[in-house]
Design a protein. Structure first.
Length: 188
């Protein structure tokens, strides 16, 4: 115990694990059926369309979209996030996925949010579907659409394969960090 007290990084690691262990997860997140994931993802996609004009325009021309309606993110120095979602092509559900991320850095809090990856070309969608674990930040270029990007983005200025939208944020998560997300296909 004396050795632990001398290492601030070990104390932070222990506190982070304790926070993650005591943070409530979304109801039945790991046990959600395909029908439940489709329902929540469809509702979230409707909310995104209704509240974001740029997303609505891009979705009209998209080859596919994967929607994660409820991602739970928690951390204190070390953090993590997890959630499940559905891939839609031509308005139909064609697959189920989970997203998992770990982060390290100056961060603290708990947050729930949704995000969608909008695939604008067949090559990006095919790469996503073929990957055994699609890692954000590796492979095709992904543009995070925030207010600044959204103001200058139109369907004629779209030049990347994948656009990401974060929406419906609840809770408080503050800080800076290095984050890597991995999306994996589920058997549902």
């Amino acid at each position: 115990m004396r050795h632990l007290a001398r290492s601030p990084s070990r104390i932070a690691a222990v506190l982070s694990l304790a926070l993650l262990a005591t943070t409530p997860a979304p109801e039945r997140a790991a046990a959600a059926s395909g029908a439940e994931i489709t329902k929540k993802s469809t509702e979230a996609l409707g909310t995104l369309r209704a509240n974001n004009l740029v997303a609505k325009k891009l979705l009209a021309d998209a080859k596919g979209v994967v929607v994660f309606p409820e991602i739970v993110k928690a951390g204190f120095m070390l953090g993590g996030q997890v959630g499940e979602g559905a891939l839609f092509e031509g308005g139909k559900t064609t697959g189920y996925y989970n997203t998992v991320a770990a982060s390290y850095g100056l961060q603290a809090g708990v947050q729930v949010f949704g995000y969608a990856l909008v695939f604008m070309d067949n090559a990006s969608l095919a790469e996503f579907k073929a990957a055994s674990g699609f890692e954000i930040g590796v492979g095709p270029s992904i543009v995070l659409v925030d207010e600044g990007v959204g103001k200058s983005l139109t369907t004629t200025t779209v030049d990347k394969g994948i656009y990401a939208f974060i929406f419906d944020q609840k809770g408080l998560m503050a800080g800076l960090g290095i984050q890597g997300s991995k999306i994996t296909k589920l058997d549902k």
